[in-house]
Design a protein around this ligand. Structure first.
Ligand SMILES: Cc1cc2nc3c(=O)[nH]c(=O)nc-3n(C[C@H](O)[C@H](O)[C@H](O)COP(=O)(O)O)c2cc1C
Length: 437
């Protein structure tokens, strides 16, 4: 039986003119906001979100309600919400779609979240290249303000909430939550040491919550329909739906919103995305954005339920679930070239603050480059493994960098060697005797 999409966030994606507040309202828009502000206390909203077990969709899958509960109940000054729409992870393009197709859904979630965590203002940090989405978001904010959903005395309840957009500074690290905070303050996006955590000391040294676009977009639906409705879908620990972005060598690339745990990786690739181009053989899959270790063709029957994966669920399957960015490669792909492509990206994106990344990733990239160009040396794979293990061993919490950028390149590098070692060895053997670099 074909997989049924589970459309919560994408249900209205084909409705024309949804960026117009009137059209959004015709489809039930802002009813959740009215419900939250007029019939629920901020703590009621946090409890509802906590009971729904909504987990962050930015990659870490941390409980959203719990994160919100860390914010001060009686703040002695302004608190803030930051919405992460930097979306620079190769293979991931769901948040852009949500902002593009249903911007009021996000804004309604932002206003409710601000109310719940007692934030005076929210910043929607949008990747700089998404300037159309940024302009549209500003128009949408203007409409909501005019309708009384934003600004001073929202809906006559005495609550003041402002929402601002902020264009991203053009680097992958701006999406890391503390890098994002630095960037919002006008500084280089060099991640901060935690603790203190953002809820204690975030932007402008004030308590701050940072959430992904998809996470916040669920909030109106949970408030409107209740936590138990949300928990009817998905798995016990990770209820609801998830938006997968499928790209690469498939016939029908795109985004697909599916129930969590409702299908396997194979079904997403072959049913939703139409299978492999030219009916070639599938060779490899990056399951959840470029930071997740690559899988081989015999690992496709794993259920798409984060509980079963080592990261985040501590499950038995030795993989990382990630952000839904499924990159498919067919049997025409040279895995060393594919790996080099990714390592070039990471070498370009190191913020340079910590030595293991600043020195490690260009070193790793250079080694992969020489293997790809027939100049590999017999001990290159040992060196690659040693460098990566010193940054963060595969799928372990140990790391020698301030932020998760280190594991973001050392894990995929180790994953490529683990899954396709013989291909790396063949390149090295082919080039033996011509080492010059
Ligand atoms: C290098 C790096 C880049 C990241 N980029 C993003 C991003 O573009 N968008 C995002 O939502 N989270 C990104 N994250 C994760 C954030 O640090 C943070 O966990 C997330 O925004 C929290 O939101 P959530 O709890 O709703 O998932 C990135 C993390 C790292 C280490």
């Amino acid at each position: 039986m074909p997989i049924k999409e589970c459309k919560i966030l994408t249900a209205l994606q084909d409705v024309d003119g949804l960026a117009d507040i009137q059209v959004y309202k015709q489809h039930g828009g802002y009813e959740a906001l009215e419900k939250a502000l007029k019939t629920m206390s901020p703590d009621d909203v946090i409890t509802e979100v906590q009971e729904s077990a909504l987990a962050g969709r930015g990659g870490a899958w941390f409980s959203t309600g719990m994160k919100w509960s860390f914010m001060p109940k009686e703040p002695d000054g302004p608190s803030y919400l930051c919405v992460n729409c930097d979306e620079s992870e190769p293979g991931t393009f769901k948040d852009r779609q949500l902002v593009n197709r249903n911007p009021h859904q996000l804004l309604e979630g932002v206003i409710i979240a601000c109310y719940a965590i007692r934030a005076r203002a929210a910043y929607i940090y949008i990747r700089g290249e998404m300037w159309e989405e940024l302009e549209q978001m500003e128009q949408v904010i203007g409409q909501a303000k005019e309708a009384g959903y934003l600004g001073q005395n929202v809906l006559g309840t005495g609550v003041d909430i402002d929402v601002f957009t902020h264009p991203g500074a053009g680097a992958y690290i701006c999406g890391e939550e503390t890098g994002l905070m630095q960037s919002l303050e006008g500084k280089r996006a060099e991640p901060r040491v935690k603790p203190p955590f953002p809820a204690q000391k975030g932007i402008f040294d004030r308590p701050t919550t940072i959430n992904n676009v998809q996470t916040i977009s669920y909030v109106p639906h949970i408030v409107k329909n209740g936590a138990s409705w949300f928990k009817e879908m998905g798995s016990e620990r990770y209820p609801g739906s998830f938006i997968y972005c499928v790209s690469g060598h498939v016939k029908n690339p795109g985004i697909f919103e599916l129930e969590i745990g409702g299908c396997t990786l194979r079904e997403i690739i072959y049913e939703c995305a139409g299978g492999i181009r030219d009916d070639n053989e599938l060779k490899a899959v990056i399951p959840g954005g470029s930071s997740t270790p690559v899988l081989t063709a015999d690992q496709l029957d794993i259920e798409m339920n984060p509980e079963l994966w080592a990261i985040p669920g501590r499950g038995e399957f030795q993989g990382m679930f990630g952000t839904g960015g499924i990159i498919v490669m067919d049997d025409t792909t040279d895995m060393v070239d594919a790996c080099l492509n990714l390592m070039n990206f990471y070498a370009h994106e190191s913020c340079g603050q910590c030595t293991p990344c600043r020195e490690g990733i260009p070193w790793v990239r250079d080694i992969v480059w020489r293997i790809a160009h027939g100049q590999g040396r017999p001990d290159d794979l040992d060196t690659l493994e040693s460098v990566c293990n010193n940054v963060s061993p595969l799928l372990t919490p140990a790391m020698s960098t301030i932020c998760l950028f280190g594991p973001s390149w050392s894990w995929p590098m180790l994953g490529f060697i683990k899954a396709f070692r013989s291909e790396f060895e063949a390149h090295i053997q082919k080039g033996a005797g011509v080492t010059t670099a």
